[in-house]
Write a protein that binds this ligand. Structure first.
Ligand code: SAJ
Length: 444
């Protein structure tokens, strides 16, 4: 152990990152930039080729610059050969995806495959870190088991193993990597110690040592807390619409209480994490555990919000004397959240699909994201709103928050309608300009 800690301190340890997606690529770039020699591994040759050409698939502030630097200086090399990379390295960090299947059960195919290949290259005194989000019990029953059985070595004796879930969010990955506190779950003290030595070379945040099971559940609890909180905000928004009070004002007031922190309601919850992680947390639930309902109900609440947004579009157009059928609607924002280009599980998909099913002509505009989910795609905002009857904000990009509504009105058709899916406009101001305005949780 002392030898590996010494190598980490001098940045002489070699690190393999398995899985070069949303988390793995920035992780590889950050460790290479910290001075380590890193081998990034991915089973997809197109991913490897793109990185060799210093191209990134999703835009992330600062990442392309670091990538260029570490690829040019040979600190980051890439490969499709996991076994070879593991043999060459002292540390292996696993960042493969852990999706849910069509029944919302965890699909650990990628993790199992990665562990099997790592085991083939595993030898004494290596550190393996799993960063992927996993269902409770995975470290013990899947990762440790495969690594030990396939390599005929013992965790904590021959090699070290830790669970260090990632906490980074799109758009702020590099910043959060350097500052976030990190949970380190392990089965033994030595593994925790070596993992902590590694992480403290890339983050100033606190390092929180615990057992593997607690770390697994804590990671899932973080994202589930957020999902449940947003679901509460969304339910509150529906109540406010009935009560004819503004949910934004209600939340502003309630959040002045020092122990209240209600998140923001909106037209849907997307992304790779909040839409899936609550189901990973629920994966061990006994079918007879009827009292455990909050997490699942929250997921359903958030999944319902795109339909509610459509309901507002239909109502608002009706109020303006128009039928959604044959109306032209501009969808502003396709990404799952503001200031990113990631459209995974974005509520935009359902909103666009439902509008088209109702016979609307849909045009989308997103300054970051090229996805259009089958709708016509405008090149800029003014082209998007030109000749439309209604615009709906789906993503809270900064550009939409600074929008000149006077200019928008001049380009839209007569009796223009705004449906605010992200509560970014001031209702009184928008109505004063002559729009019919509906918004999630707002007074109509
Ligand atoms: N959203 C709302 N209301 C809010 C906040 C978000 O409707 O008040 C929506 C967003 O528009 C988006 C979705 O929720 O569609 C998810 O957004 P998010 O800001 O929760 O971010 P993610 O999914 O990119 O990142 C989360 C983060 N987890 C927590 O904040 C607890 C991040 O730190 C994790 O690393 C990431 O999941 C992950 O990879 O697990």
């Amino acid at each position: 152990m002392i030898e590996l800690i010494g190598k980490l301190k001098k940045r002489e340890a070699r690190i393999a990152i398995v899985g070069l997606g949303r988390v793995g690529l920035p992780t590889a770039a950050v460790f290479a930039d910290a001075g380590y020699h890193v081998i990034g591994v991915d089973i997809r040759s197109d991913v490897i080729q793109a990185i060799s050409l210093k191209k990134i698939r999703t835009k992330e502030p600062g990442l392309e610059e670091i990538l260029k630097k570490v690829v040019n200086s040979n600190r980051l090399k890439v490969s499709t050969e996991t076994v070879h990379a593991v043999k060459e390295c002292d540390v292996v960090i696993v960042c493969v995806q852990t999706p849910s299947d069509s029944q919302r059960k965890p699909d650990l195919t990628y993790l199992k495959r990665a562990c099997k290949e790592i085991a083939q290259g595993l030898s004494k005194r290596k550190l393996v870190i799993i960063e992927s989000t996993v269902p409770p019990g995975t470290m013990k029953n899947v990762a440790a088991k495969i690594l030990e059985n396939e390599s005929m070595t013992k965790c904590g004796v021959d090699f070290w193993l830790a669970y260090c879930p990632e906490r980074i969010t799109s758009g702020k990955i590099l910043q959060e990597f350097a500052t976030s506190s990190r949970i380190i779950g392990s089965f033994d003290k030595d593994s925790a110690k070596v993992a902590a030595e590694l992480l403290k070379t890339v983050t100033n945040g606190d390092l929180l040592l615990t057992d593997c099971g607690s770390a697994e559940v804590a990671k899932l609890a973080e994202n589930t807390f957020r999902d449940v909180n947003i679901a509460f905000a969304n339910e509150l928004a529906l109540i406010c619409e009935q009560a004819k009070v503004d949910v934004k004002e209600v939340i502003r007031l309630a959040n002045t209480h020092s122990r209240v922190n209600i998140h923001s309601p909106g037209c849907g919850v997307g992304g790779p994490c909040l839409t899936k992680d609550p189901y990973l947390l629920l994966s061990l639930r006994r079918s007879e555990a009827k009292e455990q309902k909050i997490i699942e109900a929250s997921r359903k609440m958030n999944d319902f919000m795109p339909s509610h947004a459509i309901r507002l579009v239909v109502k608002a157009l009706g109020k303006a004397g128009k039928d959604v059928k044959n109306s032209r609607v501009a969808v502003l924002g396709v990404a799952y959240k503001g200031e990113t280009d990631d459209a995974s599980n974005s509520p935009a998909e359902q909103i666009i699909g439902e509008l088209k099913n109702l016979g609307a002509k849909v045009v989308v505009y997103d300054p970051f994201c090229e996805e259009s989910f089958g709708a016509e795609r405008a090149q800029d905002l003014w082209e998007a709103v030109k000749g439309v009857d209604c615009l709906i904000t789906v993503t809270a990009h900064n550009a939409f928050q600074r929008l000149s509504l006077q200019k928008v009105k001049a380009l839209m058709n007569e009796c223009p309608v705004i449906v605010d899916g992200r509560l970014i406009f001031e209702p009184l101001e928008v109505r004063r300009l002559g729009f019919t305005y509906y918004g999630i949780g707002r007074v109509t």
